[in-house]
Design a protein around this ligand. Sequence first.
Ligand code: SF4
Length: 294
Amino acid sequence: MFPLHYEGDIFRPPSEARSLILQATIGCSHNRCTFCAMYKRKKFRERNLDELEKEINAAGRTWPHTRRVFLADGNALTMASEKLRSILELLNTSFPHLERVAIYSNPHDLLQKESSELTELRRLKLGMIYLGVESGSASLLQAVNKGATPAEMILGAARVKEAGIPLSITVINGLAGREGSAEHARETARLLNEIDPEYLGLLSLMIIPGTTLYRQVKEGRLTPLGPWEMLQEIRLMVEHLSLSNCLFRANHASNYLPLKAVLSKDQESLLTALDEVLKEKAPGILRSEIHRML
Ligand code: SF4
């Protein structure tokens, strides 16, 4: 019998494709972002520890060589530190080769935890926190109902860095539509420069039926960017980035152009490659050329 119990659709970052996924919470405790439909059908709740313990024990017997675990759903870091500690201890016991546990967080989850609590979780192999900041524009974050300001995100991210846990930030290309694209690009670069994350993932906005954002587009209140405008927005953001050592990836299924670079090392070559692609405006150039140029 399959040892893990999953409720509804399961989402995980692309880099967790090989991780064992344990659904520690169901849904997202915020669940109000205008563009997001991932957890709309789920009412948020935490799974109880007894239930999780049985699952972890069974998974340990089935896959004893597991090295990586991802704790789903939307923001499992919202759980109290004590409960997270217990889950991590169980994982460490059941998986003797465990190297890293990763988790999604929203900004308020980080603000509810002291650095010392995060340090303790790191000691138990919490080794990656994925934080969706989406944009650095205060007005856009308010418009999309993200529930956090850029200042709160900077504060939360600083706690993660202080605890020594690698931070992976996600930003949404095209989120402001044509109307706010330039501000979104510049302000996002400004926020990222403040946070200086180890990893940066760029997704392209997907307009999903049933969301508030979908209605806004239908009503003509937001003009989605075309593929070339998406690239121009990326170019503007990259131009304004000043990161010390960040692995930048735009390789999600939603992206028009797969990109991978280390910033700041590859920043100039990435800009040159984007300029070349934008100059040609030939779809055929996209995948092959960008990799040749980087
Ligand atoms: S916090 Fe994340 S998962 Fe929750 S609604 Fe917003 S984008 Fe979706």
